[in-house]
Design a protein around this ligand. Structure first.
Ligand code: NAD
Length: 495
């Protein structure tokens, strides 16, 4: 069985713990790899390497660091298809989708290459007589990122592009379910000329996560994953004095107002719910038709969902692949049973799809007439299951989102600019789409939800990413004539 190991000090380092986990091809359900799980000592070794490299990396002139980021961008772009194919094999998503994910990663490097501009501080002259005040943003040191299975290339890039551009040394702990892309990123960066030890990968499970959370030399860390683990990571890391941002689960609503174009809204709902088999934190989970549009909209959605081509992500004909593991698939379909028991209408059951029973496939599913007390509404399903909550008014629809525990993304479909503007004003979510069902901000904005979708302050990547991965230092300067110097025990005044 092929092993996936750690990347420490610029090379692959086989694990020594004797602990490991399986990686599957979700199309067949067969195990293809074994991934090493690090010990505390193995992680500590990576930290020691990073600490040694940090002073030199931090000192690299900004123009030189920027040029290196352009090279990293080029190498990653050249290898995007190879990386995407590995993602298809370990995650299950379709090749076109995996390629889009790596391309988003390329864009993050592109943005980070603008680091000389992004790291500029402020300068105020003559803040009081003869005094100037300026600020610099400095790297934090050795930092870490813990990532989920659903974007094995893009989410690590959300973190590491900005973290390294700011002058930090970054250690990645990828998801143990599809860790192959992490090593390919490391190889691409090395081949572009990134000094050994600036980007490292330590594979593993809770053992290594817990070590990251308490290691005294990890000064900041970024997490993306489910809400219970995000809460744990945020609280534990903060208790150990670290700067931490933790992006978490979601339940994104798509409101469809009565004036919306039905075909366009149905296309968008189906694309968003079933893309990547629903394993996206920005996927629409709940469609909320307002008023009379519900019947014709559901008809249009069902027609489209029935025609979706489910299959191996390497087949160019496929639109939707399997789920990542058997356990996850079983958990996803359990919501179809509980929905039925709790009184909802299961309009499409993915277990009736011909590929049910092959690998980790489940077909597109739709649960209509859902109410907010049902498990399929209260929990994050994270699979190809559309839940539909029908309401009578816009106020009811926006109230649903306000009362939901999550607030990652939300979308509205309408042809009324005034209603859309009001929605932007009202809605309790961090990322909003107007006639856009997956409103993921591009690299030059920042990503992050509200409520239980995000724990922390600065958001991910973009300008806030540069803020997160640096510390500000404020410097007060004066160059007076020594002859004017005198003792003054008062607190410094500016007036
Ligand atoms: P997960 O929480 O199971 O795992 C995330 C990471 O935490 C992995 O690296 C995993 O090894 C580690 N981990 C898991 N259990 C742990 C434990 N008990 N103690 C310590 N570490 C642990 O998440 P997942 O299933 O890989 O990913 C799906 C989840 O991620 C969904 O909830 C999805 O909404 C969320 N997600 C959120 C965003 C966002 O930006 N808000 C983006 C992508 C995914």
């Amino acid at each position: 069985m092929e092993r996936i190991s750690h990347w420490i000090g610029g090379k692959i380092v086989p694990g020594e713990s004797g602990r490991s986990g399986p990686v599957y091809n979700p199309v067949t359900g067969e195990q293809t790899h074994e991934v090493d799980f690090a010990t505390v000592e193995e992680f500590d070794r990576a930290v020691e390497v990073a600490k040694e490299v940090f002073p030199e990396w931090r000192a690299m002139p900004l123009s030189k660091r920027s040029a290196l980021f352009f090279r990293m961008r080029e190498v990653l772009d050249q290898r995007k298809t190879d990386i995407a194919k590995v993602i298809v094999r370990q995650h299950g998503k379709c090749l076109f989708d995996a390629l889009a994910e790596v391309e988003r990663g390329v864009e993050l490097l592109e943005f980070a290459a603008g680091l000389p501009h992004l790291l500029k501080g402020d300068y105020s002259e003559q803040v009081t007589t003869g005094y100037d005040l300026f600020s610099v943003r400095q790297p934090i040191g050795v930092v870490a990122g813990i990532t989920p299975f659903n974007f094995p290339a893009m989410v690590p890039m959300w973190m590491c592009a900005a973290a390294m551009a700011c002058g930090n040394c970054f250690i990645l702990k990828p998801s143990e379910r599809d860790p192959g892309a992490s090593i390919m990123l490391a190889e691409a960066f090395r081949d572009a000329g990134l000094p050994d030890g600036v980007f490292q990968v330590v594979q593993g499970d809770k053992v290594v996560v817990d070590r990251i959370l308490e290691h005294p030399d990890i000064r900041a860390l970024s997490f993306v994953g489910s809400t219970p683990i995000a809460k744990y990571v945020y609280a534990t890391a903060a208790a150990h004095g670290k700067k931490v941002q933790a992006l978490a689960g979601a339940k994104n609503h798509m409101i469809v107002l009565p004036d919306a174009d039905i075909g366009m809204a149905a296309d968008a709902a189906v694309s968003s719910v079933y893309g990547s088999a629903g394993e996206r934190c920005m996927a629409i989970a709940t469609v909320v038709p307002v008023g009379d549009i519900a019947e014709p909209l559901m008809e249009a959605i069902i027609e489209r969902a029935q025609e979706l081509r489910v299959g191996d992500g390497m087949d160019p004909e496929s639109q939707m692949g399997p789920l990542v593991t058997r356990e996850h698939r079983d958990r996803v379909v359990s919501y179809l049973d509980s929905a039925r028991e709790q009184g909802a209408t299961v309009v499409m059951d993915g277990r009736e799809h011909p590929l049910w029973g092959t690998g980790f496939f489940v077909g597109p599913s739709i649960i209509d007439h859902v109410t907010t007390d049902m498990d399929c509404y209260k929990d994050e399903i994270f699979g190809p299951v559309m839940t539909v909550v029908r309401v009578n008014t816009y106020e009811e629809a926006v109230g649903l989102i306000a009362r939901n525990r999550w607030g990652n993304g939300a979308a509205i479909f309408t042809r009324d600019g005034g209603a859309a503007r009001q929605f932007v004003y009202d809605v309790e979510a961090g990322m909003v789409g107007i006639n856009v069902p997956i409103p993921v901000p591009l690299a030059f904005y920042s990503f992050g939800g509200w409520k239980e979708s995000f724990f922390g302050d600065s958001k991910m990547y973009g300008p806030e990413g540069f803020h997160f991965w640096t510390r500000e230092k404020a410097v007060t300067v004066r160059w007076p004539d020594p002859a004017t110097s005198k003792i003054d025990l008062g607190f410094p005044r500016s007036r």
